[in-house]
Each structure stands twice: as C-alpha cells, then as structure tokens.
Design a protein around this ligand. Structure first.
Ligand code: PHE
Length: 463
C-alpha cells in the first residue's frame, strides 16, 4: 500500500521553511564578513547580481524538480530521466547533506554554548583586547564543551525532523522565523542608534570598486549558492512537499528576497556595532565569536543584546540544519521505505559520528591534516566548494538541456498561470539564464573553488 506523501499545510508554511533553510550561518556570520572584506557596497552589488542571474533561476529549477516529481533528490532525477547517472546527481546531494550537517552542527553548537556564556555574563570578565579570543580558544579546546553542545544541537535538529513535515518543520519554522526577524531588527536598531554607527554604515555602503576582481566575484557567486541552500537538493526536497496550486517562480522570488533582506540587516547590525566600539571589522571567521563579545561589553544593554544575538544565531542555524537532515531522511523514507522516525534517529546518530572528528579538529585532532586541511576544513571544502557548485551546475544543465523546456514549461506554469500570461518575458529570461549563463558562470566558480581557475588566469597573463 502506498503511504500518502507528506505535504506543507499552507503556502506561507512552505515559504517560511524554505527561507529558514536559506537563512543560516551563511547570512549572519559569513555574509557580513565577506562583504566587509571585499569592498562593502561594491561587493554587495556584485552579490545581488549573482543572486539575480544565478541564484533565482537555479532556485526556481530546484523547487520545480521537487514539486513535479514529489520525490527526494535521487528519486526525482531518476523519475525525470530514467537514468542512473542523473540519479547519481541526487545521490551526491544526499551525501552533501550528510557532510554539511556534520560540520555545520559544530559551529551551531558554539552558538548554543555562547548563549550560556552570554547568560553567565562571561564576556564581562574580559580585561584586555585578546581575552575574548583566549576565551574562545579555551572553550573550543575543551572536548566536552565541543561535543556536548554539538550533540545538543543535533538532538534539537532531530526532534523537529522526527515530528514530520507539517508538525515539525513547518510548525517550527512558523514559530522560529518571526522570532528571528524580530531579534534581528532589535539588534539592528541597537546598532544604528549607537554613537559612531555612521562609520559602520559607511564601511558597508561606500563602494570601493578597486577591491572587485575575479576572486571577489567568484566569492560572491559561491556564496549565492551556499546562502540559498542550492546545489544539494534541500530546496528540491522542500519543493517536493509543495502544492501544484502555488506558483514556483513567485515562491522562489520570495525566498530570495527574505534571504537577502536578512543578510543585509545582519550586515548593518554587526558593522554598526563593531565600528561604534572601534574594533577590527576584518576579523573573518572569528568576527562573531571573538569580536562581537568584546562589542557587547562596551555597548549599553550589552548583556541582554549578547543573549539575544546568540539565540538568533542558534535559531538561524537550526532552521537550516533541519533542511539538511530532511534531504537525507526523505531519501531513506522514499527509496528505502524506512519509517520517518527510524530514519530521523538513525541518520542523526550517523551524522553525529561523522561530526565528531570535525568537532575534535579544534582540540584533540588539531594537528591532524589531510592535504594541509584539518578534518573540519576538509569536509567543508569538499561539500561547499566542490559538491554544491558541481550540483548547481548539473541541475541547471539537467533542466535546460536534459529535461528540456518543452516538458519543463507546462509544469512551471501550474500555479503560475498569471505570470505566464502577464509577464511571459520573465519566463524567457529564466530560460536564457538557466541554459547559458548559469552553467558557464557556475563552471567558473567551480574551477576557482578547486584552485584551477587561478592557474589558468596566470597562464594567460604570464604571471
Ligand atoms: N543556506 C544555509 C546558510 O546560509 C546553509 C545551507 C546550505 C543549508 C545548503 C542547507 C543546504 O547558512
């Protein structure tokens, strides 16, 4: 007997869950930092272009594949192509889900740990400028601290996925996403009303085109993928629970809009604060865990804002992590006929085991490197720099060249009849981008990610 496939309860439920997947550590931790490093406003403009010409078209394609087939990534590609090669592309997504969640949960665990630190008021014991970094190094050097919060985060992720699409993911997103938005707006208002906030805004909005080179453009493109959860079937899986009455292009647009809005607000909140207290904006990965605690100490109301900030970070990471676990779970449920509850528990355990060496990369295994990378960085590199761009490239090629627009368009039209009638040009643009621009540009990101592009450019410029 076929068991009825789960689905979203409403369109808003789907949008919030998908936006929850997109909005994560990428928006709040990574985006402000890379924007600051690569020319502020000019980088943001390049990033917005990347989101528009690559992110939006590929996101539309991914959601559409899911909605049309109502399957997990492996089943979906197989159903449309009847080919093992393309089913393998879905398999790559499932593997990426395993890998990304295993290290994502390590950082998310720090976020939970920092909520506790914020509550304890630990940041207020700092004396010199370095003690915030020392404090961080002390915490991540502690195996029990690392593994404890890592496991707690994995457990929270499991509970939500265990409860199912409507009762877990949708309900969780409907509660968590509004809280996230409110917290972020509070933090932004706090930031811009600080004395000296102007220099932070200037840093973020003043274009500095001299910093825009091929490298910066590729960073923007690569980030467009990660931040929209593209290239590994997360959006495909969420799309598979979507109703045919709802419009895929409109939903994709709303998700992109929310993701971009949150990244920009996070940028404003963080940089106004960092500049107001005169700290270094270019602290990179340490910006949130080293620099921000020192910012909170000096900020009026810093105790409460520090707690709110790390709660916000945890929520953002949680709604992304559930989409990663859901990709893996949906594969075992659809293809191997596992029960959702069993799949959620067993797969969480396996992913947690995989995450242990990543967590230990900051202490016990700090000296253990493969190709010069510690375990954490290696898994991150394979997933984010190889599997995601490769997946995105193949998804664009699949929709435009294999599935073919003749078969794609009738499916896209379902729920989007008005768009087709009133703005057919949007559909034409989508086709052109997906067929030509996306594959070529993503291919360049991919070459850059694996370090080949720089070598080729050097070859031609003779450097
Ligand atoms: N989009 C998430 C973020 O910005 C990360 C993510 C990538 C989630 C891929 C799911 C799939 O943090």
């Amino acid at each position: 007997m076929e068991i009825k496939r789960e689905s979203w309860g409403s369109k808003t439920g789907f949008i919030l869950a998908a936006a929850g997947s997109a909005i994560g550590l990428g928006n709040i931790w990574k985006f402000p930092y890379i924007a600051g490093e690569n020319g502020g406003a000019s980088f943001i403009i390049v990033y917005l272009i990347c989101i528009g010409i690559i992110g939006l078209p590929v996101l539309t394609a991914e959601i559409l594949i899911g909605r049309t087939t109502q399957r997990n990534p492996v089943g979906a590609f197989y159903k449309l192509s009847q080919s093992k090669f393309w089913a393998g592309l879905g398999g790559m997504g499932v593997i990426a889900g395993f890998l990304i969640l295993s290290f994502y949960a390590v950082i998310a665990g720090w976020a939970i740990g920092y909520i506790v630190e914020a509550f304890k008021g630990s940041f207020f014991n700092f004396t010199e400028a370095t003690s915030s970094a020392d404090h961080f190094n002390g915490l991540v050097g502690d195996i029990y601290w690392m593994l404890g919060y890592f496991s707690l985060f994995m457990f929270l992720t499991m509970i939500i996925v265990f409860a199912g699409v409507q009762k877990g993911i949708e309900r969780g997103s409907k509660i968590l996403m509004p809280i996230l938005l409110i917290l972020l707006i509070i933090l932004m208002i706090r930031g811009v009303t600080l004395e000296g906030a102007d220099s932070g805004l200037e840093f973020l909005w003043n274009p500095d085109w001299s910093k825009i080179n091929a490298g910066a453009i590729l960073i923007a493109l690569g980030h467009a993928f990660f931040t929209l959860s593209l290239g590994m079937g997360a959006m495909l899986t969420y799309g598979s629970y979507m109703s045919k009455k709802d419009s895929v292009p409109n939903s994709a647009f709303q998700i992109v809009f929310l993701d971009t809005l949150i990244a920009l607000i996070a940028g404003i909140a963080i940089f106004t604060s960092v500049f107001a207290v005169g700290l270094d904006p270019a602290a990179g990965p340490g910006l949130i865990f080293h620099t921000l605690p020192s910012v909170f100490i000096k900020m009026p109301g810093g105790y409460i804002f520090s707690i709110l900030f790390f709660i916000l970070l945890t929520i953002a990471a949680l709604t992304s992590a559930i989409s990663l676990l859901e990709v893996v779970v949906s594969f075992f449920v659809d293809e191997l006929k596992w029960k959702r509850h069993t799949a959620a528990i067993v797969l969480t355990l396996i992913i947690s085991l995989l995450g242990v060496p990543s967590a230990l990369s900051y202490n016990l295994l700090a000296d253990f490197t493969i190709f010069g990378l510690n375990f954490f960085d290696l898994v991150d590199f394979i997933a984010s720099n190889i599997l995601l761009p490769l997946g995105g490239l193949l998804i664009a090629v699949f929709v435009a060249w294999v599935w073919g627009f003749k078969r794609v368009l009738p499916n896209l039209k379902e729920g989007a009849e008005r768009l087709f009638e009133e703005y057919p040009v949007v559909i034409t643009i989508w086709k052109i981008f997906l067929k030509y621009f996306s594959p070529v540009l993503i291919f360049l990101v991919f070459l850059h990610s694996v370090g080949l592009l720089d070598k080729i450019i050097n070859l031609f410029t003779g450097l």
